[in-house]
Design a protein around this ligand. Sequence first.
Ligand SMILES: NC(=O)c1ccc[n+]([C@@H]2O[C@H](COP(=O)([O-])OP(=O)(O)OC[C@H]3O[C@@H](n4cnc5c(N)ncnc54)[C@H](OP(=O)(O)O)[C@@H]3O)[C@@H](O)[C@H]2O)c1
Length: 293
Amino acid sequence: MRVLIVGCGYVGLPLGKELVRLGHDVFGLRRSVLAADEMRTAGIQPLLADVTQPDSLAKLPRDFDWVVNCTASGGGGAEDYRKIYLEGNRNLVAWLAGAPLKKFVYTSSTSVYGQNDGSIVTENSPAEPEAATSKVLIETEQLLLAATKNNFPAIVLRVAGIYGPARGHSFKQFLRGEARIEGDGARWLNMIHRDDLIGVISAALAGGKPGEIYNVVDNQPVNQRSFFAWLAAELQAPMPATIASESEGWRRRGITNKRISNAKLVAELNYQFKFPDFRAGYAEEIVKIKTRS
Ligand SMILES: NC(=O)c1ccc[n+]([C@@H]2O[C@H](COP(=O)([O-])OP(=O)(O)OC[C@H]3O[C@@H](n4cnc5c(N)ncnc54)[C@H](OP(=O)(O)O)[C@@H]3O)[C@@H](O)[C@H]2O)c1
């Protein structure tokens, strides 16, 4: 297949490398010319454009079978989200209209689920987030799913917290000594290793159904206390300090507490996890840290 990866960063670059390994003809799009050599080394053909600038897209070839949009805002607020996710996807849909596209995969986020009661969340659960940034992601998903009515083959992946080499929010906080246990530490964390996200994107390109939403998360949500207790035991480090639970303020601040189900992903894409839980996924990083110290 001729594949375009829009946003060739932490996920997009190794995804491209993997798709090259599988025999596909892979192009990677980003704004920075500095990354072109890195892409070429991975076997990816670099294209320079900015998804927020339709004129820059208009200059590019558009005869792709598969397109993956994994651009990221790099943090920021709702306005940044609006530009990169909502307008970026809108521009991509307009640019690709009428092209011979077979699949378009967008990496949304499980932050679209606003649940804060620890409940199990499937793709059929309400996605009614409080956070302004997550509301933009919902608008973005709706834009793409509406486009499927005009034969635009969009698939939405709702991705949990990504971890892997040099990444992982709570893990890095723990290593820096900045992690805190909120109240009784019962709040659930939902994660996915980068290699599995790459595997799921490949599976969605090959077998995902346009118009569908799939949660992308490993087999085992873990509560904050258990996660830190495991790290503390593995690294023979102290448990983080406990702070008062602000659960009353969670909803207002957009903090969620939920267990995301991957049942649809497993059943419909037949996906087998390389790292079914955080213990398997962090094992390599733990060994690296232990051998350094
Ligand atoms: N981090 C998480 O835990 C998490 C959770 C759920 C979902 N996600 C989603 O997962 C996806 C992959 O994230 P990641 O960690 O791989 O992000 P990343 O490392 O920040 O990479 C983002 C890529 O997008 C490119 N980019 C940014 N703005 C662009 C623009 N306007 N036009 C063209 N390219 C642009 C960047 O390159 P240039 O700067 O050179 O343009 C970079 O190559 C993102 O869609 C993110 O929203 C992440």
